[in-house]
Design a protein around this ligand. Structure first.
Ligand SMILES: Nc1ncnc2c1ncn2[C@@H]1O[C@H](COP(=O)(O)OP(=O)(O)OP(=O)(O)O)[C@@H](O)[C@H]1O
Length: 315
Protein backbone atom coordinates (compact mmCIF):
# COMPACT_ATOMS: atom_id res chain seq x y z
CA UNK A 1 0.00 0.00 0.00
CA UNK A 2 1.14 3.55 -0.74
CA UNK A 3 -0.06 6.50 1.32
CA UNK A 4 0.58 10.13 0.44
CA UNK A 5 -0.08 12.35 3.43
CA UNK A 6 -0.28 16.12 2.99
CA UNK A 7 2.40 15.98 0.32
CA UNK A 8 3.68 19.36 -0.83
CA UNK A 9 6.58 20.28 -3.12
CA UNK A 10 7.72 23.81 -3.91
CA UNK A 11 10.43 24.75 -6.38
CA UNK A 12 11.19 28.33 -5.36
CA UNK A 13 7.89 30.16 -5.73
CA UNK A 14 6.43 27.40 -7.94
CA UNK A 15 4.12 25.02 -6.09
CA UNK A 16 4.31 21.74 -8.03
CA UNK A 17 2.32 19.64 -5.52
CA UNK A 18 0.09 21.02 -2.79
CA UNK A 19 -1.23 19.17 0.27
CA UNK A 20 -1.87 15.96 -1.62
CA UNK A 21 -3.29 12.98 0.30
CA UNK A 22 -4.39 9.69 -1.19
CA UNK A 23 -4.05 5.94 -0.76
CA UNK A 24 -3.10 3.30 -3.32
CA UNK A 25 -4.24 -0.22 -2.44
CA UNK A 26 -3.04 -3.63 -3.61
CA UNK A 27 -4.78 -5.98 -6.03
CA UNK A 28 -5.80 -3.44 -8.64
CA UNK A 29 -4.28 -0.95 -11.06
CA UNK A 30 -4.64 2.59 -9.74
CA UNK A 31 -4.30 5.30 -12.35
CA UNK A 32 -2.64 8.60 -11.44
CA UNK A 33 -4.35 10.98 -13.79
CA UNK A 34 -3.67 14.62 -14.52
CA UNK A 35 -2.80 16.89 -17.45
CA UNK A 36 0.82 17.65 -18.31
CA UNK A 37 2.44 19.64 -15.55
CA UNK A 38 -0.14 18.60 -12.94
CA UNK A 39 2.59 17.24 -10.64
CA UNK A 40 2.46 13.49 -11.32
CA UNK A 41 6.20 12.96 -11.88
CA UNK A 42 7.08 15.15 -8.91
CA UNK A 43 4.76 13.09 -6.68
CA UNK A 44 6.24 9.83 -7.95
CA UNK A 45 9.79 11.06 -7.40
CA UNK A 46 8.87 11.92 -3.80
CA UNK A 47 7.41 8.43 -3.37
CA UNK A 48 10.72 6.93 -4.41
CA UNK A 49 12.89 9.16 -2.29
CA UNK A 50 14.32 10.94 -5.35
CA UNK A 51 12.91 14.29 -4.31
CA UNK A 52 12.37 15.61 -0.80
CA UNK A 53 8.88 16.87 0.04
CA UNK A 54 8.62 20.47 1.24
CA UNK A 55 5.91 19.18 3.59
CA UNK A 56 4.08 15.92 4.21
CA UNK A 57 5.33 12.43 3.47
CA UNK A 58 4.81 9.21 1.57
CA UNK A 59 4.51 5.86 3.34
CA UNK A 60 5.21 2.63 1.54
CA UNK A 61 3.72 -0.24 3.52
CA UNK A 62 3.87 2.10 6.51
CA UNK A 63 7.46 3.28 6.05
CA UNK A 64 9.26 6.10 4.33
CA UNK A 65 11.36 5.08 1.31
CA UNK A 66 14.57 5.92 3.18
CA UNK A 67 13.57 3.51 5.97
CA UNK A 68 13.10 0.53 3.65
CA UNK A 69 15.68 -2.21 4.30
CA UNK A 70 15.51 -3.56 0.75
CA UNK A 71 14.03 -0.78 -1.40
CA UNK A 72 14.16 -2.67 -4.71
CA UNK A 73 12.44 -5.67 -3.12
CA UNK A 74 9.68 -3.48 -1.75
CA UNK A 75 8.97 -1.05 -4.57
CA UNK A 76 9.93 -1.19 -8.24
CA UNK A 77 9.66 1.81 -10.52
CA UNK A 78 9.79 2.81 -14.15
CA UNK A 79 10.32 6.54 -14.36
CA UNK A 80 12.48 7.07 -17.42
CA UNK A 81 12.81 4.18 -19.87
CA UNK A 82 15.90 5.67 -21.50
CA UNK A 83 17.82 5.47 -18.24
CA UNK A 84 20.27 2.79 -19.36
CA UNK A 85 23.88 2.79 -20.46
CA UNK A 86 23.50 2.73 -24.26
CA UNK A 87 26.45 0.40 -24.84
CA UNK A 88 25.40 -2.17 -22.27
CA UNK A 89 23.28 -5.13 -23.28
CA UNK A 90 19.87 -5.54 -21.64
CA UNK A 91 21.22 -8.50 -19.67
CA UNK A 92 24.37 -6.65 -18.55
CA UNK A 93 22.26 -3.66 -17.45
CA UNK A 94 20.01 -5.86 -15.32
CA UNK A 95 22.96 -7.87 -13.95
CA UNK A 96 24.61 -4.66 -12.83
CA UNK A 97 21.41 -3.57 -11.11
CA UNK A 98 20.92 -7.00 -9.50
CA UNK A 99 24.50 -7.11 -8.22
CA UNK A 100 24.35 -3.68 -6.67
CA UNK A 101 21.12 -4.57 -4.87
CA UNK A 102 21.97 -8.04 -3.59
CA UNK A 103 19.54 -9.75 -5.96
CA UNK A 104 20.53 -13.20 -7.30
CA UNK A 105 21.65 -13.10 -10.97
CA UNK A 106 19.24 -15.86 -12.01
CA UNK A 107 16.43 -13.36 -11.50
CA UNK A 108 17.78 -11.40 -14.50
CA UNK A 109 16.82 -14.06 -17.04
CA UNK A 110 13.51 -14.57 -15.27
CA UNK A 111 12.47 -10.95 -15.66
CA UNK A 112 13.80 -10.78 -19.24
CA UNK A 113 11.52 -13.72 -20.03
CA UNK A 114 8.55 -12.11 -18.28
CA UNK A 115 8.74 -8.98 -20.44
CA UNK A 116 9.49 -10.86 -23.66
CA UNK A 117 13.10 -9.67 -24.11
CA UNK A 118 14.86 -13.06 -23.74
CA UNK A 119 15.76 -13.19 -27.45
CA UNK A 120 17.39 -9.75 -27.48
CA UNK A 121 19.01 -9.98 -24.03
CA UNK A 122 22.51 -9.58 -25.45
CA UNK A 123 21.77 -6.68 -27.76
CA UNK A 124 22.88 -3.14 -26.95
CA UNK A 125 20.12 -1.40 -25.01
CA UNK A 126 21.05 1.84 -26.82
CA UNK A 127 19.66 0.35 -30.05
CA UNK A 128 16.30 -0.58 -28.54
CA UNK A 129 13.03 0.88 -29.78
CA UNK A 130 10.95 2.85 -27.27
CA UNK A 131 8.69 -0.18 -26.75
CA UNK A 132 11.69 -2.43 -26.03
CA UNK A 133 13.18 0.19 -23.69
CA UNK A 134 9.89 0.33 -21.79
CA UNK A 135 9.95 -3.47 -21.43
CA UNK A 136 13.52 -3.31 -20.17
CA UNK A 137 12.49 -0.62 -17.68
CA UNK A 138 9.66 -2.83 -16.48
CA UNK A 139 12.05 -5.79 -16.18
CA UNK A 140 14.30 -3.61 -14.00
CA UNK A 141 11.33 -2.63 -11.83
CA UNK A 142 10.49 -6.32 -11.35
CA UNK A 143 14.03 -7.43 -10.47
CA UNK A 144 13.46 -7.44 -6.71
CA UNK A 145 10.00 -9.07 -7.13
CA UNK A 146 8.44 -6.09 -5.32
CA UNK A 147 4.85 -6.03 -4.12
CA UNK A 148 4.54 -2.38 -5.13
CA UNK A 149 5.10 -0.97 -8.61
CA UNK A 150 5.16 2.62 -9.80
CA UNK A 151 5.12 3.45 -13.52
CA UNK A 152 5.36 7.00 -14.86
CA UNK A 153 3.57 7.38 -18.23
CA UNK A 154 4.65 3.90 -19.41
CA UNK A 155 2.67 4.00 -22.65
CA UNK A 156 3.78 7.44 -23.82
CA UNK A 157 4.92 7.27 -27.45
CA UNK A 158 4.16 3.57 -27.89
CA UNK A 159 2.30 2.01 -30.81
CA UNK A 160 -1.09 0.34 -30.17
CA UNK A 161 0.47 -3.10 -29.79
CA UNK A 162 2.95 -1.82 -27.21
CA UNK A 163 0.20 0.00 -25.34
CA UNK A 164 -1.95 -3.12 -25.28
CA UNK A 165 0.93 -5.24 -24.00
CA UNK A 166 1.79 -2.85 -21.15
CA UNK A 167 -1.87 -2.48 -20.18
CA UNK A 168 -2.37 -6.26 -19.94
CA UNK A 169 0.94 -6.70 -18.14
CA UNK A 170 0.07 -4.16 -15.46
CA UNK A 171 -3.35 -5.75 -14.98
CA UNK A 172 -1.63 -9.12 -14.60
CA UNK A 173 0.68 -7.73 -11.90
CA UNK A 174 -2.32 -6.33 -10.02
CA UNK A 175 -4.15 -9.66 -10.34
CA UNK A 176 -1.18 -11.25 -8.50
CA UNK A 177 -2.08 -8.99 -5.57
CA UNK A 178 0.51 -6.29 -6.19
CA UNK A 179 -0.04 -2.57 -5.76
CA UNK A 180 0.25 -0.98 -9.21
CA UNK A 181 0.32 2.81 -9.51
CA UNK A 182 0.55 4.18 -13.04
CA UNK A 183 0.45 7.76 -14.27
CA UNK A 184 -1.08 9.08 -17.46
CA UNK A 185 -2.42 12.34 -18.86
CA UNK A 186 -5.08 10.48 -20.87
CA UNK A 187 -8.39 9.60 -19.29
CA UNK A 188 -9.28 7.38 -22.27
CA UNK A 189 -6.15 5.29 -21.61
CA UNK A 190 -6.75 5.06 -17.88
CA UNK A 191 -10.39 4.14 -18.46
CA UNK A 192 -9.12 0.95 -20.15
CA UNK A 193 -6.29 0.22 -17.72
CA UNK A 194 -7.15 1.25 -14.18
CA UNK A 195 -9.90 0.20 -11.81
CA UNK A 196 -9.29 3.05 -9.40
CA UNK A 197 -8.18 6.65 -10.07
CA UNK A 198 -6.34 9.36 -8.21
CA UNK A 199 -6.98 12.53 -10.23
CA UNK A 200 -4.92 15.70 -9.79
CA UNK A 201 -4.91 19.12 -11.41
CA UNK A 202 -2.38 21.88 -10.70
CA UNK A 203 -0.79 19.79 -7.96
CA UNK A 204 -4.00 19.29 -6.01
CA UNK A 205 -6.34 16.35 -5.53
CA UNK A 206 -9.51 16.50 -7.60
CA UNK A 207 -10.86 13.03 -6.87
CA UNK A 208 -10.04 9.56 -5.70
CA UNK A 209 -12.69 7.11 -6.79
CA UNK A 210 -13.36 4.14 -9.03
CA UNK A 211 -12.67 4.71 -12.72
CA UNK A 212 -16.29 3.88 -13.51
CA UNK A 213 -17.55 6.52 -11.14
CA UNK A 214 -15.19 9.11 -12.60
CA UNK A 215 -16.01 8.30 -16.22
CA UNK A 216 -19.77 8.28 -15.53
CA UNK A 217 -19.47 11.74 -14.03
CA UNK A 218 -16.94 13.14 -16.47
CA UNK A 219 -18.85 12.76 -19.73
CA UNK A 220 -21.29 15.57 -20.36
CA UNK A 221 -24.77 14.24 -20.85
CA UNK A 222 -26.99 15.42 -23.64
CA UNK A 223 -30.04 14.00 -25.36
CA UNK A 224 -30.52 14.00 -29.11
CA UNK A 225 -34.16 14.18 -30.16
CA UNK A 226 -35.65 13.94 -33.63
CA UNK A 227 -39.30 14.83 -33.79
CA UNK A 228 -41.87 16.43 -36.12
CA UNK A 229 -42.83 18.45 -33.01
CA UNK A 230 -39.25 19.67 -32.41
CA UNK A 231 -40.24 23.35 -32.15
CA UNK A 232 -42.86 22.67 -29.45
CA UNK A 233 -40.49 20.38 -27.55
CA UNK A 234 -37.74 23.01 -27.75
CA UNK A 235 -40.07 25.52 -26.10
CA UNK A 236 -41.14 23.05 -23.39
CA UNK A 237 -37.57 22.06 -22.55
CA UNK A 238 -36.44 25.70 -22.45
CA UNK A 239 -39.35 26.47 -20.12
CA UNK A 240 -37.90 23.85 -17.77
CA UNK A 241 -34.57 25.70 -17.77
CA UNK A 242 -32.80 23.22 -20.06
CA UNK A 243 -30.28 24.38 -22.65
CA UNK A 244 -31.55 23.36 -26.08
CA UNK A 245 -29.84 23.64 -29.42
CA UNK A 246 -31.63 23.06 -32.67
CA UNK A 247 -29.30 21.22 -35.05
CA UNK A 248 -31.84 20.68 -37.85
CA UNK A 249 -35.51 21.51 -38.47
CA UNK A 250 -36.61 18.36 -36.69
CA UNK A 251 -33.55 17.73 -34.48
CA UNK A 252 -32.64 19.06 -31.03
CA UNK A 253 -29.71 18.58 -28.71
CA UNK A 254 -30.78 19.05 -25.09
CA UNK A 255 -27.92 19.43 -22.62
CA UNK A 256 -27.65 17.99 -19.11
CA UNK A 257 -30.83 15.99 -19.57
CA UNK A 258 -31.72 12.32 -19.53
CA UNK A 259 -33.66 10.34 -22.13
CA UNK A 260 -36.26 9.49 -19.42
CA UNK A 261 -36.82 13.16 -18.70
CA UNK A 262 -37.26 14.14 -22.35
CA UNK A 263 -39.29 11.04 -23.24
CA UNK A 264 -41.73 11.77 -20.42
CA UNK A 265 -41.95 15.45 -21.31
CA UNK A 266 -42.81 14.53 -24.91
CA UNK A 267 -45.40 11.93 -23.83
CA UNK A 268 -47.07 14.37 -21.48
CA UNK A 269 -47.66 16.74 -24.42
CA UNK A 270 -48.39 13.98 -26.94
CA UNK A 271 -45.37 14.87 -29.07
CA UNK A 272 -44.30 12.10 -31.47
CA UNK A 273 -40.61 11.17 -31.28
CA UNK A 274 -38.65 9.61 -34.14
CA UNK A 275 -35.41 9.36 -32.18
CA UNK A 276 -34.33 9.73 -28.55
CA UNK A 277 -30.63 9.07 -27.93
CA UNK A 278 -28.35 9.72 -24.95
CA UNK A 279 -25.11 11.39 -26.07
CA UNK A 280 -21.82 11.62 -24.24
CA UNK A 281 -19.39 14.44 -24.73
CA UNK A 282 -15.74 13.70 -25.25
CA UNK A 283 -14.26 12.23 -22.10
CA UNK A 284 -10.99 14.08 -22.64
CA UNK A 285 -12.77 17.44 -23.03
CA UNK A 286 -14.65 16.87 -19.79
CA UNK A 287 -11.45 15.81 -18.07
CA UNK A 288 -9.60 18.93 -19.23
CA UNK A 289 -12.46 21.06 -17.95
CA UNK A 290 -12.22 19.36 -14.57
CA UNK A 291 -8.46 19.59 -14.19
CA UNK A 292 -7.61 22.75 -16.10
CA UNK A 293 -7.83 26.31 -14.90
CA UNK A 294 -10.61 28.87 -14.98
CA UNK A 295 -13.40 26.39 -14.42
CA UNK A 296 -16.00 26.15 -11.81
CA UNK A 297 -16.56 22.48 -11.26
CA UNK A 298 -18.50 20.89 -8.49
CA UNK A 299 -17.99 17.24 -7.90
CA UNK A 300 -19.13 14.73 -5.36
CA UNK A 301 -16.74 12.09 -6.62
CA UNK A 302 -15.40 9.81 -3.95
CA UNK A 303 -14.74 10.48 -0.32
CA UNK A 304 -11.93 12.94 -0.94
CA UNK A 305 -13.59 15.00 -3.62
CA UNK A 306 -12.76 18.67 -3.71
CA UNK A 307 -14.38 21.63 -5.27
CA UNK A 308 -12.59 23.76 -7.82
CA UNK A 309 -12.90 27.49 -7.55
CA UNK A 310 -12.84 29.77 -10.56
CA UNK A 311 -9.07 30.00 -10.35
CA UNK A 312 -8.82 26.22 -10.63
CA UNK A 313 -7.55 25.91 -7.09
CA UNK A 314 -9.11 23.22 -4.94
CA UNK A 315 -10.46 24.18 -1.59
N1 LIG B 1 13.04 20.69 -10.84
C1 LIG B 1 12.04 21.54 -11.06
N2 LIG B 1 12.21 22.87 -10.91
C2 LIG B 1 11.22 23.75 -11.10
N3 LIG B 1 9.96 23.39 -11.45
C3 LIG B 1 9.71 22.09 -11.62
C4 LIG B 1 10.73 21.09 -11.42
N4 LIG B 1 10.16 19.86 -11.64
C5 LIG B 1 8.87 20.10 -11.96
N5 LIG B 1 8.59 21.41 -11.95
C6 LIG B 1 7.30 22.05 -12.22
O1 LIG B 1 6.34 21.46 -11.38
C7 LIG B 1 5.12 21.25 -12.09
C8 LIG B 1 4.74 19.79 -12.04
O2 LIG B 1 5.63 19.05 -12.89
P1 LIG B 1 5.57 17.47 -13.08
O3 LIG B 1 6.65 17.09 -14.05
O4 LIG B 1 5.55 16.81 -11.78
O5 LIG B 1 4.15 17.29 -13.77
P2 LIG B 1 3.56 16.04 -14.52
O6 LIG B 1 2.14 15.95 -14.11
O7 LIG B 1 4.40 14.84 -14.32
O8 LIG B 1 3.61 16.50 -16.01
P3 LIG B 1 4.37 15.84 -17.25
O9 LIG B 1 3.53 14.68 -17.62
O10 LIG B 1 4.36 16.95 -18.25
O11 LIG B 1 5.75 15.49 -16.75
C9 LIG B 1 5.32 21.78 -13.49
O12 LIG B 1 4.81 23.09 -13.55
C10 LIG B 1 6.82 21.78 -13.64
O13 LIG B 1 7.22 22.79 -14.51
Amino acid sequence: MIEAIGLTKRYGSKVAVHDLSFTVRPGRVTGFLGPNGAGKSTTMRMMLGLDRPTAGEVRIDGRRYAELKHPLRTVGALLDAKWVHPNRSARAHLRWMARSNGIPERRVDEVLGMVGLADVANRRAGGFSLGMSQRLGIAAALLGDPKILVFDEPVNGLDPEGIHWIRRFMQGLAAEGRTVFVSSHLLSEMALTAEELVVIGRGELIAQCSTKEFVDNAGTQAVLVRSPGAAQLQQLASDQGLRVRSTDVDTLLIEDATTEQIGELAAEHRIVLHELTAQRGSLEDAFMRMTGNAVEYHTNLGAQATELTTSGVAR
